[in-house]
Design a protein around this ligand. Sequence first.
Ligand code: PLP
Length: 421
Amino acid sequence: MAALAINGGNPIRTAPWIRWPQADERALELVTEVLRSGYLSDDGPMERQFAADFASFCTAAHGVCVMNGTVSLRVALEAAGVQAGDEVIVPGLTWVATASAVVDINAVPIFVDVDPESLCMDPAAAAAAITDRTRAIIPVHLSCAVTDMGAVLEVCRRHNTPRPDDERIWVIEDCAHSHGAQWRLPDGSVRGTGSMGDFGSYSFQSSKSLSSGDGGIIVTSDEELADRCWSLRNVGRARYPGQTPGYGNNYRLTELQAAVMRAGLERLPAEMAHRQRNADYLTRGIADLPGLRPLARDPRLVRQAFYGYIIRYDAAAFDGVPKATFLSALKAEGIFCAPGYLPVYEQELWHIDRRRFPFASRYDPAAADYDPPHCPVAEQASHNEVIALPQPLLLGSQSDMDDVLAALTKLVEHRAELAQG
Ligand SMILES: Cc1ncc(COP(=O)(O)O)c(C=O)c1O
């Protein structure tokens, strides 16, 4: 008789997992305050307070709220002066938005490979991809890791030192997964993600560990860049008397979203500690399971943020059973899990139409002048190794984690049945 749920056996778990996003009395109180105030948008007190609190939480000086974490990348690119046809280096392994924000301003995303341990952008690959058209690098702090920012900043410092602003390379950290993460730089300073580059871009979309359904923010410690971002997201209006109005769009966020996020930010440190406890518990449990290992934690990661807990799967220990089969079997056992991202250039949402994005011809198969992107480390990790446990799972109880470990153990013990199909 079959033991595995995928073959008709009893699943380890049938109970639902924790619901996400969550709200509490504090969110209701702040939302009510907004509704009573009659001030629903346009740089209101709730938004200004949230922006200041969140920037300081990230060890940055300024925060400019926008409607989502794609627009925040776009606004940062525009504030940096990235022009049509300029090249922007992005990791091959990320959500499509990191690259589509680049395409959206008619710049060209250049995909580079990731580091085999962190699965974040490999700084050496970024350095090798620099041309005289490169104007920005977007490291993405993926899942529960942080890019080696000391190395990325050093690559840019070497390039930028003798150059004027309009030829320099800007660093925009994509922090959509890393709310609250802190990293130790080579000078010993401990910095929040988003505060190490010129800009940090955050998403508050509903799956994120701080959410208002949708929303985003740009953090920066440069006041002039913050003013430019503020203007770009506010139809180009001047922020202060004497600032020249320019081109911009309405990318603002509402007071209601800011209220929900203020309550979420108050909860976040305790939620991060809870996720860390459960992650450590899983890490200890997985250590004994052959063919499965957690993503290694870099010692420079002072405070870890979890968008997903990553398990690396080794098919060789499971008689060659493909990752997709293992994942289906884990899901069938009732475990909340996901395959992680495909490399951007393999994602079904990655559409490049040369009529709309003339400068992105690099990725048009009909264009003869560029090779198609190929990031072997990202492809190997994505196709064959990464199993992601989404962040809300880590807010569960220890007995929820026991269910995860029991399901993984069951698959290890019944790997022969899994291999038979
Ligand atoms: C790495 C990364 N960058 C950018 C984004 C875009 O954020 P949003 O969905 O808020 O536009 C996401 C979101 O899902 C993401 O995961």
